[in-house]
Design a protein around this ligand. Sequence first.
Ligand code: FES
Ligand code: FES
Length: 395
Amino acid sequence: MTPFALTVNGRAVELLAEPRISLADVVRDKLDLTGTHLGCEHGVCGACTLLLDGVPARSCITYAVACDGAEVTTIEGLDEDDITTELRAAFAREHALQCGYCTPGMLVSARDLVMRLPDADERQIRVGMSGNLCRCTGYVGIVRAVSSVIAERRARGIAPQADGGRKCLGPVGSGHGPETAARLAQGVPSIARSAAPAAVLTIANVTPAITIEQSFEIAHSPEQVFALFGNLAAVASCLPGASLTKADDPRHVEGAIGVQIGPVVASFAGSARIERNAADLSGRIVGSGQDQRSRSTTQGEICYRLTPLAGGASTRVDLSIGYTLTGMLAQVGRSGLVRDLARRMVTEFAGNLDRKLRGAAPGERVASRTINGWSLLLGVARERLARWLGGTVGG
Ligand code: FES
Ligand code: FES
């Protein structure tokens, strides 16, 4: 997985993707922007056309990670755009669509022509739209629609823009958007190596490969526990191996978690989005991280819900821990082993949480610096052996 950043429809996003993944798959599958359609997936039909740094591009043959720093505008991002609004009306008026599958790509390409062409020349429109195929309409209505919008805008005194709003020179998707240009000027060539990643407004949702359910009870009220869960520095100090590098925004945190499994020492650095719901005392943390040394990557989410026990004197904490691990450390992702490790980590977290709520000194670190996989594994092995011996004797 490779980390990269985009500005999609005006929002900054940080993402992880395999280098072979197309931009179309990223906007559709990771960002839920399904207005970008896939037809041929070979760069022929134009159904996947979107704007990359202001230039129409075929997102099915554009590698997403190669667009690091680029501005992406999908058809959803053109909802309020004047030209696209006029084109939508003209497409409806001129019967320029039937099934509509080609229409998002058509609108993106047509918008570029409306901006650039000085007049409504049918030949130029047909040439300009020749990269967008339609299996339904026969193109006559499409050409009429585009032609009418160009003619109306020129009649209203709106001059063409020779560059069509292009923000950079060079091949589409070459990553020369304003953000990347600024980073290059500062000698920071890639977000993957950036010491200070760009501010994250959105972290995409994840679909974990493995989900582990854990619960523990703690002798403090749900309100106390929920309040502490809102203090990210306090939570990190209770979590074995965790440390924060940025926690000034309660909705977003950056940090690292250290893991040692035998000879392999890994430190996953990444960022997470925090969601909290005070009404039902629940919350969700969605994030991703990468260990540069082992080239392992993880994406995951932790969901929690607090339930009052004993009339509110104590609390049951239900956790759902979901993750996907790739790279060298994925070999420890066998769910039975990880389930045991997670149970012991949660037990350690609960103990630290209890100590914190009972008044450990402010700022005092109650958790160890690194999750020591050996000691956890030895504990797991010890417990399994005891269970097995107990079962044998009992049998
Ligand atoms: S799906 Fe991209 S060009 Fe056909
Ligand atoms: S309207 Fe159906 S493919 Fe164009």
